[in-house]
Design a protein. Structure first.
Length: 236
């Protein structure tokens, strides 16, 4: 299994900090965010690929010096959304793979719960009620453990998507075909979540509940502050 880290965004909601340093290189708990992401992916993935865009030269330098085995791809054209970023790695992801965000920190224990088997398309989620779900999180509608729809604006939902997804070898071809269709239809503005929603129409996305796994998303200044000061952060 390979792991791809989506790391091309500008981190606009963390400005002015990210005007000088890309979000994956922000310090948390004595390390950089990207250190944690590479660390937990390394527990399950034979190869890790980072798709970088904004200030990619700084990320390339840092990762190249510390993780020479990690492959870095560059994105020159930054489209709205992250689907183009993922499509950049398409030629390297022909077997099963995990999609991860560069600003989501998981403990290695996540692999005890996810994925469930090595088949199909799966998304890791938290049930509503197991923790606080923030307004800007990607909510999910679920029925019989299958994704119905995901969107940040949902008012009626069963849980929240954690940003970690799996595509099995049996589903790789269909996933990329659908991703390309979505990208073209939305004229480059698509998100990876748009692909999941398209596949969900056919009942092809399994929701895996990982309620016992705590993760951190560093998307805003308040998120960053929480990872710095929260006492319940033993793995950071």
């Amino acid at each position: 299994m390979r792991g791809v880290i989506l790391s091309a965004g500008k981190g606009s909601r963390l400005r002015p900090i990210t005007s000088y340093i890309p979000k994956p290189l922000l310090p948390v708990g004595g390390k950089r965010i990207i250190d944690y992401v590479i660390s937990y992916l390394s527990e399950a993935c034979e190869e890790i690929i980072i798709v970088a865009g904004y200030m990619h030269e700084l990320l390339e330098k840092y990762v190249g010096e510390r993780y020479p085995e990690v492959k870095i791809l560059k994105v020159k054209n930054l489209f709205p959304g992250n689907l183009y970023t993922l499509l950049r790695a398409r030629d390297l992801l022909k077997e099963d793979f995990v999609v991860a965000n560069a600003d989501h920190i998981f403990p290695s224990e996540v692999w005890e719960f996810f994925p469930e088997g090595r088949r199909g398309v799966q998304v890791a989620c938290h049930r509503r009620g197991t923790r606080k779900i923030f307004e800007d999180e990607m909510k999910v509608r679920v029925s019989a453990e299958k994704l119905i729809y995901m969107d940040k604006k949902l008012k009626d939902y069963e849980g929240a998507y954690t940003g970690l997804a799996y595509v099995g070898k049996d589903s790789v071809e269909r996933f990329w075909r659908t991703a390309k269709e979505v990208f073209n239809r939305l004229k480059g503005k698509g998100k990876v979540e748009d692909v999941f929603n398209e596949l969900a129409k056919l009942g092809e996305v399994k929701v895996v509940w990982i309620d016992d796994v705590k993760f951190y998303e560093v998307d805003t200044v308040s998120d960053l502050r929480r990872t710095w000061y929260e006492k319940e952060a033993p793995h950071l």
